[in-house]
Design a binder for this molecule. Structure first.
Ligand SMILES: [Fe+2]
Length: 200
């Protein structure tokens, strides 16, 4: 088995620490978090097929980072760990973004960190990041895998078609399988890490 790149390991450890720091506030998310980060103790294959690439929307990263650095300690540390791996990421748009009306297409960017298209290929865990420009809404969507977001830069979040609620740096958002969800950047860009359990 290959060793894991030290910057990627630092990012994974920092993500786990960010989640664990809020375990008492989000107990419903902990079963999944344990499953994901236990699996991550085994290193997958390094995935070198994807050339690093930024999108126009990545111009908002610096502003999102400064928001995130104002967050609690684990989030400032997670932000620095993310900054160290960001130059290796292949940023992309949401697949159906071209069909959506409005400004979404050029005002969001996603990148996979762990999983197909990311820095480490594996079948059981998907970890990635979403960046949304100010005043832009990420489309309402759902998917079978359970999902846990870590909010780095603040914004408003919708779950299960309830009204949007503000989430601050360090908050978690846990989406059970197939629950409708979306998020909206307000005055500052929204930046969030997400992980999905896609294993058996
Ligand atoms: Fe999602």
């Amino acid at each position: 088995m290959l060793g894991r790149d030290k910057n990627l390991q630092r990012f994974i450890d920092a993500a786990e620490a960010g989640i664990q720091a809020r375990a008492a506030d989000f107990p419903d998310a902990m079963l999944m978090a344990t499953r994901v980060f236990s699996a991550m103790k085994d290193t997958g294959e390094a995935d070198v097929k994807n050339a690093p690439a930024r999108l126009d929307a990545c111009r908002h990263l610096e502003s999102a980072y400064s928001q995130a650095r104002n967050g609690p300690d684990p989030i400032a540390n997670l932000t620095d760990a993310f900054i160290a791996i960001e130059p290796a990421l292949a940023w992309n748009r949401r697949p159906e973004a071209a069909q959506l009306a409005g400004d979404f297409f050029d005002n969001h960017a996603n990148a996979i960190v762990v999983g197909k298209g990311g820095l480490e290929a594996r079948q059981d865990v998907l970890i990635g990041v979403s960046l949304v420009a100010p005043a832009i809404t990420y489309p309402r969507h759902h998917h079978p895998p359970e999902e846990l977001y870590i909010v780095l830069s603040p914004g408003e979040w919708m779950q299960d078609d309830h009204p949007m609620v503000p989430k601050r740096s360090g908050d978690l958002v846990h989406n059970p399988p197939n629950v409708w969800h979306s998020m909206q950047a307000m005055k500052v860009p929204l930046l969030a890490i997400w992980c999905l359990w896609v294993g058996a």
